[in-house]
Write a protein of this length. Structure first.
Length: 228
């Protein structure tokens, strides 16, 4: 079954401190799930902060979010959903020992990640150019003029909302960049033909990480961009 396909002593990537290849794969997956649990806890704290701010200052959140570009957010949502599919296909091809197709799907996943970061760069620079910065760096004069030019007006303290926006989406963006790095690592291994004889744990665990990154954005998009 899967990671048990080849005797441990004959497996190229078997580590001596495990008894079987299956035990090695199981330990790696458990470690990944524990790591992902800490990631969920970290983002949960930010989501809690968001809901507190939204409960205390609903009009401020409703007026501030109007400056976010829903089209760009929607594009990035589609891009990340597509990347989840290509990542899942990469895992499947790794399970089948088809390194060539696995590498192709990993390339497509990285391409989606770069598109996501490119859109986010355009979105960020557009805000920065009009004085919309996080926290104390928020330029009220430029931001108010920018809002008026789009037919909106701020209520309350918009820098609080944008502080949360930049922290939450910025931290998520860092995770996307890390994801690009680890996906590239397994891509190089796929190019070398490493995933065979039931050995595919690295691709599977990177896939788990990437799906969590996508899942976080699925929550960020409606909460920040589609506030009602």
């Amino acid at each position: 079954m899967g990671n048990h396909a080849k005797p441990a002593k004959d497996h190229a990537f078997f580590q001596h401190h495990f008894n079987t290849v299956g035990q090695q794969a199981g330990a790696a997956k458990m470690g990944m799930w524990l790591f992902l649990a800490t990631e969920v806890l970290m983002f949960s704290g930010l989501f809690l902060a968001y809901f507190i701010v939204r409960a205390l200052y609903p009009e401020m959140v409703l007026s501030s979010h109007e400056l976010l570009d829903k089209t760009m957010g929607g594009i990035n949502t589609v891009v990340l959903l597509t990347s989840s599919f290509t990542m899942a296909m990469a895992v499947r091809y790794a399970q089948l020992g088809d390194n060539k197709r696995c590498a192709t799907q990993l390339l497509l996943t990285m391409a989606c990640a770069f598109i996501f970061m490119g859109v986010k760069y355009v979105e960020y620079t557009g805000k920065f150019s009009h004085g919309v910065f996080p926290g104390a760096f928020f330029n009220y004069d430029e931001a108010i003029q920018y809002a008026h030019s789009h037919g909106h007006s701020f209520r309350g303290l918009p820098h609080v909302f944008f502080g949360l926006y930049f922290v939450m989406t910025g931290l998520h963006g860092i995770h996307v960049l890390v994801g690009i790095g680890v996906i590239f690592w397994v891509y190089l291994r796929a190019k070398k033909g490493h995933f065979k004889d039931g050995y595919y744990a690295p691709v599977e665990n990177v896939g788990l990480y990437w799906h969590i990154v996508d899942l976080v954005w699925i929550f960020l998009f409606p909460l920040l961009y589609l506030v009602k």
